[in-house]
Design a protein around this ligand. Structure first.
Ligand code: MG
Length: 382
């Protein structure tokens, strides 16, 4: 092999030299459910990441609501842009903490694949509708998608991701029926999975602040009551001087992301060192996660989160679109259950025997984009 090419074996050797003792090395992966040959130059986790990006479920994220429905405007986040922002923060965290960036990125890119249309409202409605048929949970649905519902390979169903990426998607294990063996139940997920979770929260808190300000649902006067925002904004004004409101908002968010990420890196590094863990498996055996903000910043972040719940996620305008979503999904699910063979495409009814009618319909509804769900509602209600 020419030295001009970095092979997978080279990449695995580089990981062993470069990453921390407690990082998950791709060369130590517990492997995939179905055996496959290794790739010439991509590591196991780089391959997982690529499989997620090339999946159909990933493309559907573009048309799924984060907080604001698409007709409100073109600059708001959807679940795809949320996912990309979260994945970028995950890469930064992983790189700074000498953890496996490819694994953190694969988990972060996959983490929201199982979200039904219309954000968290959609999840709540499906969980109620499936109350007697095993309920609905978006992490479980993400695992169903990557393990079972994606259909791209001749030899198996799903994406056949590695055990570590699946473990990161599932987080804390599960007790529900699953079509393939579930990842092993662990006390804690890997550090890469832990940081992907935090990256998700840092991403959404900040972009929801941004979207909230853009929509006018949040204002400077309101945000003045949130200590972490007030302090960060004051520091930005001291630093950059006079600037337009748009630049001030943007720079405050830049500084806030930086503050949360930097604190998370510093506090986690201290905890990792204090734990004495010397391997990825030692981390998995711990009862408490090691990736966490400092006590002080965690409290400020929790206060910001509470504020967003009260003032943004429960704002009447957001609640109104949520209620509309609940009605839409309820109508669809009940109509499909009532007249499945008339209303559903044959590839869905064909799965009734294998999956049960409720689960097959839930998979179909959960996979819908917002706009497809609205179009179906229109078609059925006429
Ligand atoms: Mg998310």
């Amino acid at each position: 092999m020419s030295a001009a090419i970095r092979t997978r074996a080279d990449a695995e050797a580089e990981e062993r030299a470069r990453l921390a003792a407690w990082a998950q090395k791709s060369g130590d992966s517990r492997g995939r459910i179905y055996r496959e040959g290794e790739h010439a130059y991509r590591t196991a986790f780089a391959r997982d990441r690529d499989r997620v990006v090339h999946s159909r479920a990933f493309r559907r994220l573009e048309y799924k609501t984060q907080v604001f429905v698409p007709h409100e405007g073109d600059h708001y986040r959807n679940r795809l842009t949320h996912t990309l922002e979260g994945a970028q923060i995950a890469r930064t965290l992983a790189r700074a903490l000498r953890l496996n960036e490819d694994l953190a990125e694969a988990i972060a890119l996959a983490h929201d694949l199982g979200h039904p249309p219309f954000g968290h409202a959609g999840e709540r409605v499906l969980d109620e509708l499936l109350g007697e048929d095993g309920g609905f949970d978006h992490n479980r649905q993400t695992l169903r998608i990557v393990d079972w519902l994606e259909d791209r390979y001749p030899a198996f169903r799903g994406l056949n991701l590695s055990a570590e990426t699946r473990e990161g998607i599932l987080k804390h294990g599960a007790h529900w029926p699953h079509p393939v063996p579930l990842p092993k139940r662990l006390a804690s997920p890997s550090l890469e999975a832990q940081l992907a979770d935090h990256a998700d929260e840092i991403a959404y808190l900040n972009h929801d602040l941004d979207d909230g300000l853009r929509s006018g649902l949040l204002t400077d006067a309101l945000l003045d009551h949130v200590p972490i925002w007030r302090a960060t904004r004051a520091a930005v004004i001291t630093h950059i001087g006079a600037a337009s409101e748009a630049v001030l908002h943007a720079q405050t968010i830049v500084a806030l992301i930086n503050k949360l990420v930097t604190d998370l890196i510093d506090a986690s590094a201290k905890r990792i060192l204090a734990s004495g863990c010397q391997s990825a498996d030692a981390v998995r055996a711990l009862p408490e996660p090691l990736v966490a903000a400092s006590t002080e910043v965690a409290a400020e972040q929790a206060e910001l989160k509470r504020f967003l719940y009260e003032r943004l996620y429960h704002h009447p305008r957001v609640v109104a679109s949520v209620q509309q979503a609940e009605v839409t999904l309820g109508v669809l699910y009940r109509a499909y259950r009532h007249e499945p063979h008339k209303l559903l495409p044959p590839q869905v009814t064909a799965r009734f025997l294998e999956e049960g009618e409720a689960r097959a319909i839930a998979d179909y509804v959960a996979g819908m984009t917002d706009r497809f769900a609205l179009a179906e509602h229109e078609r059925i209600e006429g």
